[in-house]
Design a protein. Structure first.
Length: 133
């Protein structure tokens, strides 16, 4: 077991003894991501500072629309997939996330800019790309 895995496990054990099931759940998720080799990279920056261009360059695929007049208005995640795809999630009552349908990639720019699909507010858009990164 690596030092990180041991630290996560020990921390989860302490959190459990203290009745912090919320922290145990988060630590279990982190351990699962670590064990599965999943790495999350978050890209943040000023308005119109090239974040979408950076993501596209990193994955070698036009996953995020880039346009002088376009600004991302919805949380967008990019992950490996066997084929290019996009799927929306709606913002429901009480701000819960409601899974939505797959959408054509040619609609991606419009969806991300507007922040809604078929009149419903979007919580997020998940883009799948056939990239090893």
């Amino acid at each position: 077991m690596s030092d990180l895995a041991g630290t996560i496990g020990a921390t989860a054990e302490i959190a459990g003894r203290r009745g912090r099931s919320d922290l145990v759940e988060r630590l279990d998720r982190a351990q699962h991501q670590r064990d599965a080799g999943l790495t999350r990279v978050v890209v943040v920056g000023d308005f119109k500072s090239g974040k979408s261009s950076l993501v596209n360059a990193l994955v070698g695929f036009p996953a995020c629309p880039v346009d002088d007049d376009l600004a991302t208005a919805v949380l967008t995640s990019v992950a490996h997939a066997p084929e290019a795809s996009a799927e929306v999630a709606y913002r429901g009552d009480d701000d819960e996330t409601v899974p939505g349908p797959r959408v054509p990639l040619d609609q991606l720019g419009e969806l991300i800019e507007r922040g809604h699909h078929e009149g419903r507010p979007l919580a997020s858009v998940a883009v799948g790309v056939p990239s090893p990164f």
